[in-house]
Design a protein around this ligand. Structure first.
Ligand SMILES: Nc1ncnc2c1ncn2[C@@H]1O[C@H](COP(=O)(O)OP(=O)(O)OP(=O)(O)O)[C@@H](O)[C@H]1O
Length: 579
């Protein structure tokens, strides 16, 4: 059976039977290479937990991306989260899903090296852009055929994932990679997991959830209302909400729901989609996160906000951003939406213009947008490996002529005196930045001094996390948050973070009005008679409480027992997080 065959309403497969049914041919993996088989060319991105680098295979000459696997605690060995991501990616084979090609290992440079364990890298084909970076390039304007082309590919990829019982759980523009052949691929499976519910079927939305998972997933700006209200029995519909946010972002040229806290996120969702009612989101009042909410009634301004984009786009957006997750359109149905069948027709990938490469990192570096981005959920796979926050890339892997960047297998001190990684010598500067002479990123938000206990609004997520340095002047005295090398996670709170500069909507050609009667379509939700009976079970308040009160720290100096306990908690939390 091919993996493409497995769509349509089947019962949940166990991960094992899924794996057996969908094995990629053995010869599609070359085993494990050495990092020295790759020439490192520059940093592409920083995920929540670390770095992604561009590299060239010395064997094949192909450009690749190397994603470093986070090792939170060497004693625990290879992280289970990374194992899951690798296992999933090895199974998947679809033109719109990023392909894992190889694993590369970097051994400690010398026997005296403090770092005992090797660092592992995931090797994937190099993609010229991520959607977030591309949208932030001021010289790039998406046309409607182009948006339709990307949307179709995104929906095809998601249809494939959902048909194969996989929830992505971190759908966002930065995780959608695009190459200069116009191909879009879904990346970053660090939060993905096997889904045990029924797969979507035409006309039935995302269906009903069968079991509970953690609601601590999805980056805030792309997080659906049911997760913000802590629904645990969620479905593939959580990814569809993210698709709606990405679609809106492509239309507007900027994120459409840039909440500054979980509560604020819900507020702006209600501004856009209307305050929930028993009709638009049945059962919402009994969700644990809704109990304290007293939203002021409003009808939602989606049609008004997107009026320049025509009724087709508005109709699809409304289907994707339905408050009721059971009625939210699924990928199968979204692909059939008239938006894609009316003029202007979707472009073919090969017809799209070629853009200069752009990644999230470029934007973060040059636009000071990073500080305003919401935190990705915990559980990523890349990161500062093992001992030493920026361990990785032993001397020879950068190859000769790197202006002394080696530093004995460690990054040297960065410009400016901090201890973060310096940009590689040949770091890319996009032309649009060079031309505009944008300033370097200013220092991180000023709330560092408050330590970790500041007034973070994102209650359970980043309320107790330290900010992450990305090479700017670090918190504390003259350096990054001391002794927390491998665990620091960004904190972008309402007060401390730099809000994203509000750009005017991109210039685009006058909207095309489609000669379609949108009201003709049958967009009725699936029957609701038994929804109430199947409402999610009671909330797990303890889990929530325990998250808010934890601190994670890992010190290389002698550690008080209390800190050790906190670290143990943190490790435990990381495991439970992936449920
Ligand atoms: N194959 C690739 N080609 C080009 N760039 C890539 C590739 N893989 C990742 N990147 C870049 O690195 C960034 C981070 O990668 P990824 O999302 O996989 O890491 P992460 O730590 O899980 O991130 P996040 O915290 O955003 O969830 C991407 O947004 C993208 O800019």
């Amino acid at each position: 059976m091919s993996i493409h065959d497995s769509g349509g309403g089947g019962a949940a497969m166990s991960p094992r039977s899924f794996a057996i049914a969908h094995q990629r041919p053995k010869n599609s993996f070359v085993g494990c290479s050495r990092i020295t088989d790759y020439e490192i060319l520059g940093k592409l991105g920083e995920g929540t937990f670390g770095e992604v680098h561009r590299a060239r295979s010395k064997k094949t000459g192909a450009l690749v991306a190397l994603k470093k696997i986070i090792m939170h605690n060497e004693k625990d060995g290879f992280p289970i989260t990374a194992l899951r991501e690798i296992k999933l990616l090895k199974l998947l084979s679809h033109k719109n899903i990023l392909r894992l090609e190889d694993m590369a290992v970097e051994h400690p440079a010398r026997s005296s090296d403090k770092r005992k364990r090797p660092i592992m890298y995931m090797v994937t084909p190099y993609m010229d852009h991520d959607l977030s970076g591309l949208l932030d390039n001021p010289s790039v304007t998406f046309t409607e055929p182009q948006i339709k082309c990307y949307m179709l590919q995104l929906l095809e990829g998601l249809k494939y994932l959902h048909a194969n019982h996989i929830l992505h759980r971190d759908m966002k523009a930065a995780n959608l990679l695009i190459n200069n052949k116009g191909i879009l691929q879904i990346a970053d499976f660090g939060l993905a997991r096997h889904y045990e519910g029924d797969v979507p079927v035409p006309g039935r939305g995302g269906g009903e959830g069968k079991r509970e998972y953690t609601s601590l997933v999805v980056t805030r700006w792309y997080r659906p209302p049911e997760l913000l209200m802590h629904l645990k029995r969620y479905t593939t519909a959580i990814d569809m909400w993210g698709v709606g946010c990405v679609f809106g972002e492509m239309l507007m040229g900027k994120p459409i729901l840039a909440g500054e806290s979980d509560v604020h996120q819900l507020e702006i969702i209600f501004d856009l989609c209307g305050t929930p009612t028993e009709q638009t989101m049945p059962g919402w009042r009994s969700l644990p996160g809704a109990e304290a909410l007293q939203p002021r009634p409003r009808p939602g301004n989606l049609s008004e906000r997107f009026r320049n984009h025509g009724p087709g786009a508005i109709s699809l957006l409304k289907d994707l951003l339905r408050l009721d997750w059971r009625a939210r359109v699924n990928a199968i149905d979204a692909l059939q939406h008239p938006y894609f069948r009316n003029q202007p027709y979707p472009a073919q990938p090969g017809d799209l213009p070629v853009f200069e490469e752009s990644h999230e990192f470029d934007r973060r570096k040059f636009h000071d947008r990073r500080a305003a981005l919401p935190p990705a959920p915990k559980g990523g796979t890349v990161g500062q490996g093992g001992v030493g926050a920026h361990a990785g890339f032993n001397g020879d892997s950068y190859g000769p002529g790197r202006n002394g960047v080696n530093g004995g297998g460690r990054y040297p001190a960065p410009r400016g005196g901090g201890r973060g990684p310096p940009p590689p010598a040949d770091e890319r500067v996009p032309a649009w930045h060079r031309d505009r002479g944008l300033p370097p990123r200013p220092p991180p938000p000023g709330d560092y001094e408050n330590g970790w206990g500041g007034d973070h609004r994102d209650s359970y997520r980043d309320g107790d996390r330290p900010p992450r340095s990305r090479g700017g002047p670090p918190p504390g005295v003259g350096g990054r948050e001391p002794d927390r090398g491998d665990i620091y996670i960004p904190s972008y709170d309402r007060d401390g973070g730099h809000p994203p500069p509000r750009r005017d909507e991109r210039r685009r050609p006058p909207p095309h009005r489609e000669p379609h009667d949108w009201d003709d379509r049958d967009r009725r939700p699936p029957p609701r008679d038994d929804w109430d009976r199947r409402r999610p079970g009671p909330p797990d308040y303890d889990e929530h409480r325990s998250r808010t009160s934890r601190t994670r720290s890992r010190s290389r100096s002698p550690m008080p027992p209390r800190d050790r306990d906190m670290i143990r908690d943190r490790e435990r939390e990381r495991d439970t997080y992936r449920r």
